[in-house]
Design a protein around this ligand. Structure first.
Ligand code: NAD
Length: 471
């Protein structure tokens, strides 16, 4: 397979797609290693995970450089690598505490005479299928707690961003105790992985998520899905419009808007709409693209060439239906790459694709609302329910509005905080996800299967206890 360089548009990287037989043999190797890994116990595994984190840190340069070519982003690539080692250290520290008390003996409350001995074991082989928008973080976000739980882990990064896996394989070679491996390729490799594993975590689009869930259902294995979003931000009449504009801009355009938790719809109170829009356009026009110097500016090119066309089409459709472009609006082709400056759209209506479908670009459609009820109703009028945000004059008011929103995570007085706080357990609503939370303690505990040994401590029940005709 070939991968494109998002800064040049050239298909300049070739990699071997793993065959069905290779995937099966990698799965067998990991399955064979898993019992010893689980037998290390939480503390033993934590020690190896810390070695892994150190090795990632030591190789941060090569990993970040490969990732920067994958994504066309420099600063975010370093942030991703740092986030990986932080994530490993966090789970290594927290993990052992979560196992305390899981092995226990208890008495059932309603059935005297019995005793329950509970124990647990990890799903032997965990599998992850990752998207291209944060390749390093999202290839490992579930794999790290799965490893801490005692699973072996087989990960398929996106075929759009495969380069980073090369330096990471070298890191893995230094931590040979760790049962973690990567398989490379596209949809077929993803499907083959699902056939090999006992539990699959998928991060990607809702459309592919359905296919993953169907394949997992055929295998009768659990599938955790972290899918697309169309996150709303409500800006109430009491919010400071200049502050709100700055927050909205950052939350919408970081990583060129290619984040599941990007703000993609803004509902602003009529009372402050004018100064809010003026400040938003002003701030948007200060944002620089990272061209020609990849190390200067705020937002880079689209990672996936097709994405630029999709975003442009949404903007053009909105304009043809009456939307006004206040700034931005045109994808620019520079040096073979596709850039879009922050694009603010006014006069949008809920039936436009730009307010309905995921955009995944630096586009801020702003809808002016007459009251809070309308803003809440419009924010909830979506098939998605990943996350949302509220900006208000006080935290108390933001809490009240946030409690009316149908999403798994709500940022208050800020935006797009969902993935920044690893402790915040959350369950996506509607078509944005399925299954336990990847954040919070559940992030690890979901990978354990519990076993109940139920002991009779009194007299075993005689068959006569079930005799008919006794009244
Ligand atoms: P995608 O669904 O196209 O692909 C994701 C992964 O699935 C890739 O590795 C791909 O090779 C694989 N795949 C494709 N078809 C498959 C199939 N039939 N069976 C098994 N695997 C298959 O997603 P993408 O375009 O790479 O990523 C962007 C999407 O990811 C956006 O919708 C975004 O919102 C979503 N996303 C969600 C989260 C979250 O946490 N909820 C985080 C990041 C991205």
């Amino acid at each position: 397979m070939r991968a494109h360089n998002p800064r040049t548009g050239e298909a300049d990287y070739e990699f071997a797609v793993n065959s069905r037989a290779e995937i099966a043999s990698e799965a067998t190797r990991l399955r064979d290693a898993q019992p010893a890994w689980e037998a290390l116990g939480p503390e033993g595994r934590a020690a190896v995970m810390l070695k892994f984190a150190d090795a990632v840190d030591a190789a941060a340069g090569p990993i970040a450089e490969a990732l920067a070519v994958d994504t066309g982003r420099h600063a975010i690539s370093w942030i991703e690598v740092e986030a990986l080692s932080n994530n490993i250290r966090r789970w290594a520290e927290l993990g052992p505490k979560l196992f305390v008390g899981l092995d226990r003996v208890s008495k059932p409350s309603a059935t005297p005479g019995f005793e329950i001995r509970s124990d647990y074991s990890a799903y032997p082989l965990f599998g992850a299928i990752a998207p291209w928008n944060f390749p390093v973080i999202l290839s490992h976000i579930d794999a790290v707690p799965a490893l801490m739980a005692g699973c072996a882990a087989l990960v398929k990064p996106s075929e759009v961003t495969p380069r980073f896996s090369e330096p990471l394989r070298e890191v893995l070679a230094e931590v040979s105790e760790l049962p973690l491996a990567y398989v490379m390729g596209g949809a077929e490799v993803g499907q083959a992985l699902i056939e090999e594993v006992d539990y699959v975590c998928f991060t990607g689009s809702t459309a592919t998520g359905r296919k993953v869930a169907e394949a997992a259902a055929r295998q009768l294995i659990p599938a955790n899905l972290e899918l697309g979003g169309k996150d709303p931000m409500i800006v109430t009449a009491s919010a400071d419009p200049h502050w709100a504009a700055g927050v909205a801009l950052r939350a919408s355009i970081v990583a060129t808007g290619q984040a599941c938790q990007s703000i993609e719809r803004i509902f602003v109170a009529r009372e402050i709409a004018e100064p809010f829009l003026t400040a938003l356009v002003e701030a948007a026009e200060q944002v620089e693209i990272t061209y020609p110097d990849p190390k200067q500016g705020h937002i880079g090119p689209f990672i996936f060439p097709d994405q630029a066309g999709k975003v442009q089409a949404q903007i053009e459709e909105a304009v043809s239906q009456g939307a006004r472009v206040l700034t931005g609006g045109k994808v620019e082709q520079l040096g073979g790459a596709n850039y879009l400056r922050p694009t603010v759209l006014a006069d949008v209506t809920p039936d436009m694709a730009v307010l309905r479908d995921e955009t995944f670009g630096p586009v801020l459609p702003v809808k002016i609302c007459d009251d809070l009820e309308q803003a809440i109703a419009l924010a909830n009028d979506t098939t998605y329910g990943l996350s949302a945000a509220v900006l208000a004059g006080s935290l108390e008011e933001a809490v009240q509005v946030g409690a009316c929103l149908e999403a798994g995570a709500i940022s208050l007085q800020d935006g797009a905080l969902t993935t920044m706080v690893n402790d915040a357990t959350n369950h996506s609503r509607k078509t944005s996800g399925l299954g336990p939370s990847r954040m919070g303690d559940e992030g690890l505990l979901r990978f354990l299967r519990h076993r109940a040994m139920i002991a009779q401590t009194g007299q075993a029940l005689p068959i006569d206890a079930y005799r008919e005709g006794q009244g």
